[in-house]
Design a binder for this molecule. Structure first.
Ligand SMILES: Cc1cc2nc3c(=O)[nH]c(=O)nc-3n(C[C@H](O)[C@H](O)[C@H](O)COP(=O)(O)OP(=O)(O)OC[C@H]3O[C@@H](n4cnc5c(N)ncnc54)[C@H](O)[C@@H]3O)c2cc1C
Length: 368
């Protein structure tokens, strides 16, 4: 029988998107999270980089990433209409470029990979580049334009989803879930203040903390490790940049995401298995220094914020949907692309939970 009462552990973009899919289909949702939308979701740059996130050794993700990107326009339109909140879903396109000669060769190799896979990308020469993105450094002599890789404000999206699901009756509980125990007819969930919840189904969307919850089947739920990312936010009153810029600078990656409201998100570092969320001074220094060699106008921007988040990464790199019988669903491993993947993850998870199937389930690793 289709579950009527579902408890969601974790109110990042994955859990909130799931809450949205379920409440809009009449399910009674309780979402438990001590700090909704303040995990990796808060740090994220919001690049919807289906093509630019297809790297050597990770090409098997491409069909999922492309389908995830295709789901975004309708998802964005629906939640903007329902919430009245502007989530800055912006069809900016993305430019891939390199500063040094070897960086350019590296980006050319990546673009050749995209072309070989049939993904949309086009080389832009120096003169066209000066026209379409005049603020880039003169050291950048060519780029690759991925017109279909867009962007969204993950924080605003989370705020919009919270507003919608609260209005539709979802109950938010500001506690941490400690354990989950399947019962003959339902599931018992216990939080950190000893409160218990009896529900029909539990969805775990706890990002990098998924393995810390007691009672999950350790043979079924893959290990998820935190990959720390430090990221900066600046303000550009001139709105100098028109595209998302993903660049290589002396072998290091840096990106700039210019939002329509003038915010520029500049990221990001990547540290394996680091679960502290402090921001190191050297990270700020390196990010600013690298970004400045891509976009010299950076010097005049106002500095707004430095923050860090933990990407929920899995060794295989693939996001997963683990189904422990018909009572527990665990969503995880979204790593660098959880904003891009949230709508499709939620749609597939809701289909599996409510109807036992979804036409796009094969794009995911569904573990049973
Ligand atoms: C610097 C940086 C930049 C990024 N940029 C992008 C990008 O441009 N595009 C993109 O697609 N992705 C990006 N990502 C990745 C993206 O942020 C993540 O993949 C995504 O946010 C994962 O969402 P989530 O809901 O699974 O996790 P989170 O957002 O981390 O949410 C998990 C939630 O679970 C809660 N929780 C944990 N344990 C418990 C518990 N026991 N009980 C109750 N609640 C619990 C936490 O409080 C948290 O709110 C970036 C990540 C970082 C760090």
């Amino acid at each position: 029988m289709s579950p009527r009462r579902v408890l969601i552990v974790g109110g990042g973009l994955v859990g909130l998107s799931c809450a949205y899919e379920l409440v809009t289909r009449g399910v009674t949702v309780t979402l438990v999270d001590p700090a909704p939308a303040l995990g990796a979701t808060r740090a994220a740059a919001g690049m919807l980089g289906a093509v630019s996130e297809t790297h050597f050794g990770e090409t098997d993700h491409a069909p999922l990433l492309l389908s995830a990107a295709a789901a975004w326009p309708a998802f964005a339109a629906a939640i903007v209409a329902a919430s009245g909140i502007d989530i800055a879903f912006h069809a900016s396109g993305t430019l891939l470029c390199g500063v040094t000669q070897s960086d350019r060769v590296e980006m050319d190799r990546l673009a050749a990979l995209h072309l070989n896979l049939g993904l949309e990308t086009r080389e832009v020469n120096r003169s066209e580049l000066r026209t379409i993105e005049p603020s880039l450094s003169a050291r950048i002599t060519r780029a690759h334009l991925v017109s279909s890789d867009h962007q969204v404000d993950g924080r605003a999206t989370a705020a919009a989803l919270q507003a919608i699901v609260r209005r539709l009756g979802a109950c938010f509980v500001p506690q941490s879930v400690i354990s989950i125990a399947p019962q003959p007819s339902g599931v018992t969930v216990t939080d950190n203040v000893g409160h218990t919840y009896e529900v029909d189904h539990v969805v775990v969307a706890a990002g990098s903390k998924v393995n810390s919850i007691e009672g999950l089947n350790r043979d079924l739920v893959p290990k998820v490790r935190p990959v720390k990312g430090e990221i900066l936010r600046l303000f550009d009153p001139q709105r100098s940049l028109r595209h998302v810029i993903r660049a290589m600078v002396a072998g290091r990656s840096v990106y700039l995401v210019p939002r329509p409201n003038g915010e520029v998100v500049l990221g990001a570092t990547s540290f394996e298995n680091s679960d502290d969320e402090t921001v190191r001074a050297v990270a700020v220094f390196e990010l600013l220094s690298d970004a400045r060699s891509v976009f010299p106008g950076l010097d005049e921007l106002s500095f707004m914020e430095a923050s860090a988040g933990l990407r929920p990464a899995r060794d295989s790199g693939n996001p997963f949907i683990a189904r422990d019988g018909d009572r527990i669903t665990v969503l995880g491993g979204h790593n660098r692309n959880g904003i891009l993947l949230s709508p499709i993850t939620a749609a597939v998870a809701a289909g599996l939970i409510l109807e036992g199937a979804h036409p796009q389930a094969d794009l995911f690793e569904v573990l049973t």
